[in-house]
Design a protein around this ligand. Structure first.
Ligand code: 8YV
Length: 315
């Protein structure tokens, strides 16, 4: 059988690449010196794109590939794929929901604990000799029993809320509508009012044009000098300029961020702040989850080329 040809937008772990190269001819865009030339060379034979949640495929790339049939995304977020362009051409899109939900929620909780209890600073205090030289580490803020807001009570938001219950928190959430499964949580539709309620505001929304900067200057101000913003979704959900200003002038207490505009080259202003915890977009980054994500990417591709229904279709 002739192997279908795939355009790969960003690197996958070797365990996925070996499997993919076994079944497909893989063109690695991320390794090409001249990306346009690679696309032009294989434009009429590429039938699939394998990409990553935060990378995606633009309309410009989609339009260059007349035989493109499917885009299989290694991630739950598909905001970087131009769905309108795919719909116009009847191109199928699949993502990897569910398999990563628990790990993403875990990292959100870990970031909250780490930032609130000053765990990274405390470790430095021990390692740089400050403990012996200066004595006790400055006191930090408690987590349990305080108020949390979850902006977006989808799969990941729900798992975050479930974990927060273990900390005896007063939990509220915001979404487009009240959720029947949100037992014991208060529905607060307006994100500004949710931020007023919260000591810890988790951003767990799927990103789209509609959710851009939903965490606005007003939301950040409502969270206030004692509040913490935790983002495990996409940077575009937050007005990053307003966030930086608020962190710099102390009108927002702190932030814990896994995602950034222009990542991995984040705004250098973040690096100067000691009230922000930064992470390299790795909320789903465990061996177990990444293996499951890679398998789902491959299973969706295999289903497509076998003429079957996709396992986890977006469109
Ligand atoms: C991954 C993600 O880090 O699921 C998503 O949408 O952004 C993450 O799980 C990413 O897709 C891997 O590059």
């Amino acid at each position: 059988m002739i192997k279908p040809e795939i355009l790969m937008m960003g690197p996958y772990p070797d365990w996925d690449l070996i499997e993919l190269e076994d079944r497909y001819i893989v063109h690695k865009l991320y390794e090409a010196d001249d990306r346009d030339a690679l696309i032009d060379r294989h434009a009429t034979s590429i039938r699939a794109i394998a990409t990553r949640g935060e990378l995606g495929a633009s309309a410009a790339i989609i339009e260059k590939l007349p035989r493109l049939e499917i885009i299989s995304v290694y991630g739950v977020g598909y905001d970087a794929v131009d769905l309108a362009a795919c719909r116009r051409r009847g191109i199928r899109v699949a993502n990897t929901p569910d398999v990563l939900t628990n790990d993403v929620a875990d990292l959100g909780i870990a970031m909250m604990l780490c930032q609130s209890r000053g765990i990274i600073g405390a470790e430095t205090w021990v390692k740089d000799g400050s403990w012996a030289a200066k004595g006790l580490y400055p006191l930090k803020r408690r987590v349990w029993g305080r108020k949390a807001g979850v902006l977006g009570l989808g799969r990941i938001g729900f798992e975050v809320a479930k974990r927060l219950r273990g900390f005896d928190m007063d939990i509220a959430y915001s979404d487009v509508a009240e959720k029947p499964y949100a037992q014991g949580m208060t529905f607060i539709a307006d994100p500004v009012a949710l931020a007023h309620h919260a000591d810890f505001l988790f951003v767990t929304l799927a990103a789209s044009a509609e959710t851009r900067h939903v965490v606005s200057k007003d939301v950040i101000a409502a969270l206030g000098p004692d509040g913490m913003l935790i983002n495990i979704s996409r940077a575009s959900n937050i007005d990053e300029e307003a966030l930086l200003e608020a962190l710099e002038n102390g009108t927002l207490g702190s932030a814990a961020l896994d995602v950034f505009e222009g990542e991995p080259k984040l705004n250098p202003r973040f690096l100067k702040l000691d009230n922000v915890l930064v992470q390299p977009h790795h909320a789903s980054g465990t061996v177990e989850t990444r293996k499951a994500m890679g398998k789902l990417v491959r299973d969706n591709l295999a289903a497509h080329f076998a003429g079957a229904a996709l396992l986890t279709p977006v469109i």
